[in-house]
Design a protein around this ligand. Structure first.
Ligand code: PLP
Length: 404
């Protein structure tokens, strides 16, 4: 007879995965994968950090390590070190025990846990997202029951920040609303507010009683400095106000598939933080009961040992330097070709992504004629670009803007 599931319709493809599937199927030898946000080596190979390999060896030989369940909020030492990494080790909020941190299933899991907590315990169930933003943000937040709105962020004319629009939209946001910010290296635009702009945003957010929810997935990859890339968050913590912070180690330690990150909730008082933490445990229990060990063990080992930490930060710096280098090379290559238009946004934008301004049709052309795979909104993952592939990409962009 009929399947009990005969009513299940086929789901639409998720674009970022569909791009990967199409790339894998393409037999061309000069194909380029600039879609999904993964940092690769100059040879296009996936990049496991030396420090991670080293730590994994040590962990494998550590006979005292067991496989028993972690607490629902994960490894305590991981949580402490993660909070220090993002807020700074001397952070008053940490010293005053106003921060509660829970180990989560990477950045996405942290966002989802934060959203679930807010849906159960916060009074204003509306969240404002930057337009545009990371493709999974709307899913993660609305799945928890939050209502989505957007605030202006990117200005296609300048290919930079629409700061006026941002201030207007947050200025008229619903009282108490949640506002999602990307701490640095904004995905997909590569456009971040300056420190002065962040300060104005902070004042507005506090004045209007909005609740900031920071997503930090690129700490250290943007400027090469872990402190500088967390500056926006620290400004909001310094003022004594409350905030949520989702932290991911996917890109910063190359731990994508280990699914390791954290959610921190900064509260007004230690007493509130304790109560919030007790509720986080209740929220986690029916979601996945407790988080996995391996990724947390790797991160903890790196963060707690000075030599390993130094090794990590130098590897991180090398990654961020390589991103900046291919940015400059792509810009230079387009200038050399006399490609029509102003391409200076390529070197103004920061972090892993360039928001090229290429339209869907031009992207389609580049895929068909040049075997270049990228998102249809024109975003390029600079982490997937090598110096030797720059001429091919520049040829493709040149052809796309002159012919389409
Ligand atoms: N947040 C942003 C802005 C991202 O770009 C990403 C990944 O691309 C994530 C969160 C989630 O990453 P993960 O769940 O792999 O840590």
């Amino acid at each position: 007879g009929d399947s009990l599931f005969h009513n299940v319709p086929p789901a639409p493809d998720i674009p970022v995965y569909a791009t990967t599937v199409a790339y894998n199927k393409d037999p061309s030898t000069n194909k380029l994968h600039l879609g999904i946000g993964v940092y690769r080596t100059e040879d296009g190979k996936s990049h496991t950090l030396n420090v991670v390999r080293q730590v994994e060896q040590t962990l494998a030989n550590d006979l005292s390590a067991d496989k028993e369940y972690l607490p629902r909020t994960g490894m305590a030492e991981f949580n402490r070190l993660s909070a220090e990494l993002i807020f700074g080790s001397g952070s008053p909020a940490i010293k005053e025990s106003r921060v509660t941190t829970a180990q989560c299933v990477s950045g996405c899991g942290s966002l989802r846990l934060g959203a679930e907590f807010l849906a159960q315990h916060y009074r204003q169930l509306v969240v404002y997202l930057p337009e545009p933003t990371y493709g999974n943000h709307p899913n993660l937040l609305s799945a928890a029951g939050l209502a989505l709105k957007t605030y202006r962020y990117y200005d296609p004319k300048t290919r930079g920040l629409d700061f006026q629009g941002l201030l207007e939209d947050l200025g008229s946001a619903l009282t108490g609303a949640i506002v999602l910010f990307q701490a640095s290296g904004h995905n997909p635009t590569g456009v971040d507010p300056t420190c002065q702009q962040w300060e104005q945003i902070r004042q507005l957010v506090r004045l209007r009683g909005l609740l900031p929810f920071f997503d930090c997935a690129y700490q250290g990859l943007v400027s090469g400095s872990l402190d500088a890339d967390a500056q926006s968050i620290r400004m909001f913590v310094c003022d004594g106000g409350e905030s949520l912070v989702a932290q991911s180690y996917s890109k910063t330690m190359g731990l994508y598939g280990e699914r390791i990150g954290s959610l921190s909730i900064v509260c007004k008082t230690a007493d509130v933080a304790r109560r919030v933490e007790s509720q986080l445990r209740l929220v986690i229990r029916p979601l996945y009961s407790n988080p996995p060990i391996h990724g947390a063990a790797i991160v903890t080992a790196i963060l707690k040992d000075r030599d390993l930490y130094n090794e990590w930060t130098s590897e991180l710096k090398a990654m961020s330097d390589r991103l900046a280098k291919v940015r400059q090379q792509l810009y230079d290559a387009l200038c050399n070709r006399g490609t029509p238009g102003d391409w200076s946004h390529i070197i103004r934008q920061v972090g892993m992504y360039t928001f090229t301004g290429l339209n869907e049709e031009q992207v389609r052309f580049m895929t068909k004629e040049y075997h270049i795979y990228m998102s249809s909104d024109g975003r390029i993952n600079m982490g997937g670009l090598s110096s030797k592939a720059v001429p091919h990409l520049a040829d493709a962009i040149h052809a796309a803007v002159t012919r389409i």
